[in-house]
Design a binder for this molecule. Structure first.
Ligand code: ATP
Ligand code: MG
Length: 386
């Protein structure tokens, strides 16, 4: 099969490697040359994926069987046309289109499906935001409708923060829409990603929940399995099943939830492998999240997902700008038992850019905090040189 991969970061790279291993052909696309997934693909294209005409051009040029989005910032409206042309958009045009805009996915989850979410409002001006804050209460979180990795996101604690939050969200907005969501701050005890796999002719499957810690809008460590009560897990699985079914198609989704004293809240989802799911590269399961995504896409039946080990991932971040980053300390991390790592091969660095990940695992009986601590220490052994 020919796969057109839209987005060529580290998640795309692992997906391409999984596809290569079972003989598929991948053309990797991104806005810059030599992106991680391009380094392992059969071919590549450099385009602005928010430009619909450019998208049309490369789809017509390559005539793929599958279009696999790896990022949100794509002119996803065009996906409906590609579906009509007989190309499978993964997991579906609707899933990719709805999740690129927080409004579409939140209204689907909260209004149409009745999932429990934080109370929320939308605003297109600072005045509307003021009114929204009055409804949801303080503290509350403001996010541009179109953004990811925490861009333009801030927390309002007092009246004085409202104007700041509005301006910050406008600056952090992607695309042509200037609208924000304001939602009540959820006092969660922990947050999880529930990797959910929908299949064409087989039942929906769930991976063991993944715990994670966020800082500046990006995950720092993730671990699997996360601590969760049976009741909360069933609730999360039920919500994940409903929302993935409404979005349609086959593939792996990363469904994000907050765990609170008062039950589980749905937050958002990615209709594709999730960054916190990189922990599955540590051998936690019979198949990692990229292999699961690929198998579901190709309609290869997945009979079950088994949890084999407990593991953690910790990110390796850059701290400076460079167009030739190199790495020190690989022999130190390599010497550690039950430890592995990835260096993504990004051609340039900037402060806080994710350049690699450390992976640690152990038996399922080992306390997960110990495995997370080892992952953090392992990640700290790698030094990016500029
Ligand atoms: N209503 C909320 N209450 C408390 N914390 C929140 C709330 N919304 C978001 N957060 C925190 O901010 C993080 C990022 O939020 P969210 O996932 O909505 O944004 P994002 O930009 O889409 O992030 P990403 O693309 O990295 O998943 C969450 O994982 C959570 O830690
Ligand atoms: Mg998120």
């Amino acid at each position: 099969m020919k796969i057109l991969l839209l987005g060529s970061g580290e998640l795309g790279k692992e997906f391409v490697i999984a596809a290569q291993r079972i003989g598929q052909t991948v053309i990797a696309v991104d806005s810059y040359e030599n992106a991680p997934a391009m380094q392992v693909a059969h071919g590549f294209e450099v385009i602005n994926m928010l430009d619909g005409d450019e998208l049309d051009r490369i789809v017509a040029k390559h005539l793929p069987d599958f279009i696999v989005p790896e990022i949100e910032a794509i002119r996803t409206e065009r996906f409906y046309d590609y579906e009509k042309q007989g190309i499978t958009v993964v997991p579906s045009a609707k899933a990719a289109n709805f999740t690129m805009n927080r409004k579409a996915i939140r209204d689907l989850a909260a209004k149409d499906l009745g999932l429990k979410t934080a109370n929320y409002r939308y605003a297109t001006t600072a005045e509307e935001l003021q009114k929204g804050v009055e409804v949801v209460g303080m503290p509350c979180v403001v996010k541009p409708l179109m953004s990811s990795s925490g861009k333009g996101q801030s927390t309002i604690k007092t009246e004085a923060d409202i104007e700041k939050a509005w301006n910050y969200a406008v600056d952090g907005s992607r695309g042509d829409v200037v609208e924000v969501i304001v939602e009540a701050f959820v006092k969660f005890n922990s947050e999880i990603t529930l990797l959910t796999v929908t299949q064409n002719n087989n039942p929906t499957l769930f991976c063991a929940p993944i715990g994670h810690r966020q800082e500046r809008g990006d995950y720092q460590e993730s671990w699997q399995p996360a601590q969760i009560s049976d009741k909360d897990l069933y609730e999360a699985q039920d919500m994940a099943e409903k929302v993935t079914e409404a979005l349609g198609g086959a593939g792996l989704f990363g469904v994000e939830f907050f765990l609170t004293d008062d039950g589980v809240y749905f937050s958002e989802l990615s209709p594709r492998p999730h960054d916190t799911g990189m922990v599955t590269l540590a051998g936690t399961q019979n198949f990692n999240e990229f292999e699961l995504h690929l198998r579901a896409i190709l309609s290869l039946p997945i009979s079950g997902i088994t949890l084999e080990k407990a593991a953690a991932s910790a990110v390796i971040l850059a701290s400076e700008n460079s167009t030739n980053p190199t790495y020190k300390g690989l022999e130190k991390i390599a010497a550690l038992a039950k430890t592995d790592f990835r260096i993504f091969g990004k051609p340039s660095s900037r402060p806080y850019r994710r350049m690699g990940v450390a992976l640690t695992n152990d038996t399922l009986e080992t306390p997960i905090e110990e495995i997370v601590e080892r992952a953090k220490q392992a990640a700290a052994l790698i030094e990016v040189q500029y």
